[in-house]
Design a protein around this ligand. Structure first.
Ligand code: ATP
Ligand code: MG
Length: 262
């Protein structure tokens, strides 16, 4: 965990009174959330509750129906195409499942993001791509591989390398450890912590894996019944008297027992 400095606690992303529905499916109702600069905030919650929707609203892939989403002082809903591009240059989204281009090599995947967001030439792109795969603990020869030839854990790391290539200030991770074995889960968690410490990025991590949340987070935001009734440290969560939090923790423990017990 990082030590929060006074200047580091300014908000970088804010949701105020946000509502979001798809038809009659209300995902968020009067939702508030603040992400502070330099912190790693984990969003935890059950499947289908709106974790991915929350990340997508941060970069304007989805718009709030009411309320405001503010990123770096700018209201996402008021941005034109150029404004959204500027936000997406500062806020990288590591998609659930990686979302690499399968017909391109790893180098071409990373180069694609760099061409879109920087003026680097081919040599510059190669240098940057080398540095980024090294940063996520992969060997340089992976640059020539096709994504389909890599393991799930490697693909997740390539997706991460592609995201950090544009030097974002904020990284949004959607289920970075889902489907991985314990060794790769530890690797990805360590990488999230390393990026925060070395690149000073702000991170928002979506997961339903409580051990990962406890390990990487400065604060945890619990998504429950269309809003975030609890945001605080893992320790505060564990000792919270709030009934929603207690219900959630007991539900998670029961799930874990069912997985390991039977
Ligand atoms: N583009 C969309 N159109 C219609 N409904 C959507 C859309 N995106 C999400 N939803 C709905 O919004 C709700 C929240 O979806 P979301 O993908 O955010 O869940 P999640 O918490 O990320 O779940 P999971 O843990 O399974 O990834 C779900 O009911 C989903 O069906
Ligand atoms: Mg999701």
């Amino acid at each position: 965990m990082t030590q929060t400095q006074p200047s580091a606690s300014a908000p970088v992303i804010e949701f105020r009174g946000v509502e979001k529905s798809f038809g009659d499916n209300t995902v968020y109702a009067d939702m508030d959330l603040t992400v502070r600069r330099g912190e790693t905030l984990t969003i935890i919650g059950g499947s289908g509750q709106g974790k991915s929707v929350c990340l997508k609203m941060m970069i304007g892939l989805l718009q709030a129906d009411a309320g405001v989403v503010i990123v770096d002082g700018k209201t996402v809903g008021e941005q034109d195409a150029e404004g959204l591009r500027a936000i997406r240059q500062r806020v990288a989204y590591v998609f659930q499942g990686g979302a690499l281009f399968d017909s391109m090599t790893v180098l071409e995947n990373i180069g694609y993001a760099l061409r879109e967001h920087t003026d680097l030439d081919d040599a510059g792109i190669l240098d940057k791509a080398r540095a980024c795969v090294d940063m996520v603990g992969l060997q340089e020869r992976v640059l020539q591989s096709m994504p389909s030839s890599l393991s799930g854990g490697m693909r997740k790391r390539v997706a991460l390398a592609r995201s950090i290539a544009i030097e974002p200030e904020v990284i949004l991770y959607d289920e970075p450890t889902t489907g991985l074995d314990p060794k790769n889960i530890n690797r990805i968690s360590a990488m999230i912590m390393k990026l925060q410490q070395e690149l000073k990025v702000t991170s928002v991590v979506v997961t339903h894996d409580m051990p990962t949340a406890r390990k990487v987070s400065d604060r945890i935001a619990m998504l429950y019944e269309k809003r975030f009734p609890f945001v605080g440290t893992a320790e505060e969560m564990w000792h919270s008297p709030q009934s929603e939090v207690r219900d959630f923790i007991h539900g998670t423990l029961r799930e874990a027992e069912a997985r390991h017990g039977a």
